[in-house]
Design a protein around this ligand. Structure first.
Ligand code: FAD
Length: 265
């Protein structure tokens, strides 16, 4: 039970254990509700796996597993793939090659004060923030993947993933509406990082005080002044974000060198 193993953590760090748990949950729980993948679903899944294999920082066993999965998916001429085949591949690869994705969920920065709070949705946000920042840091990483065309490839994959697979359907609808309204305006990698930050704050704002709000982690505009003082300005007594400094902060916070291996396997 989650209560028995509270993990000490710092809110100024990002934890590899949360990112690994996000992928574990996504591959073994979320996807399992689709017994076969075909058509748009299969394409969205392929693109998601490609994106993670190219942009997940550190080049460790997560990347190896996602590369293997990606190569396998791209080599299959099948119009539909049973979910069980995906699961078999993930299990076999992990057993044979020692390539590893945690065998259990291990939330750290995303642990909740009780079961049902935080966890997976928190880690999915975290994963995509990391991917937008990594795309900004390694502009050519998506070359020759078919994803390099548009100005906001990470957000486009996220949009389609969330719409197609995310277990919270209400979340998917909200996110789709936001993307349809303003994703077109995103013209470069910096704006891609900032769009996701801003959208996440819009969701925080909407959810503050709601049932999904963990009392230990109340929803609030992020980053707080204590995390990033220079992100906050005031003009005529009104709060304003300093977007240049927010961008610098996001690059640092979600950058590869701020991802802690603590609690990771
Ligand atoms: P989260 O909001 O999950 O944030 C995780 C961590 O990200 C925080 O702890 C903080 O370190 C960091 N963070 C916070 N804000 C920002 C920011 N602006 N930029 C960068 N990093 C930040 N729930 C609903 O009830 N209704 C919805 O419509 C809904 N839509 C969602 C849409 C998406 C795409 C996702 C991934 C989740 C959605 N959720 C929705 C879930 C909700 O947003 C939270 O993920 C969930 O309530 C858990 O909250 P949390 O306290 O762990 O913090």
């Amino acid at each position: 039970d989650q209560q028995s193993a509270w993990r000490d953590f710092s809110s100024s760090e990002v934890y590899a254990a949360d990112l690994e748990s996000a992928l574990h949950y996504l591959l073994r729980v979320e996807l399992a509700t689709h017994s076969t993948l075909q058509g748009e679903e299969l394409q969205v899944f392929k693109d998601f796996v490609t994106l993670v294999s190219k942009l997940y920082p550190g080049g460790g066993s997560v990347v190896k597993l996602m590369e293997t999965l990606s190569d396998w998916l791209l080599s299959l001429p099948l119009p539909r793939i049973p979910y069980q085949a995906v699961l078999d591949l993930v299990d076999n690869k992990m057993r044979i090659s020692g390539v590893f994705l945690g065998a259990e969920l291990r939330w750290v920065g995303c642990q909740g004060s009780r079961a049902g709070l935080r966890g997976y949705p928190c880690s999915l946000w975290t994963l995509f923030h990391v991917l937008t920042v990594q795309h900004d840091a390694t502009p050519t990483a998506l070359d020759n993947t078919g994803l390099e065309g548009g100005a906001a490839p990470v957000l486009q994959v996220m949009r389609r993933y969330v719409r197609t697979f995310f277990g919270c359907e209400e979340c998917g609808r909200h996110f789709e509406r936001a993307a349809a309204a303003s994703l077109e305006g995103v013209q470069n990698r910096e704006q891609q990082v900032l769009w996701l930050w801003n959208q996440h704050n819009t969701v925080n704002d909407r959810l503050a005080g709601s049932l999904s709000d963990d009392p230990l982690f109340p929803k609030a505009p992020w980053p707080s002044p204590s995390l990033c003082a220079s992100c906050h300005d005031e003009k005529n007594g009104v709060h304003e974000w300093n977007q240049d400094n927010v961008l610098l902060f996001l690059r640092k916070h979600y950058g590869a060198s701020n991802i802690s291996p603590r609690y990771s396997l």
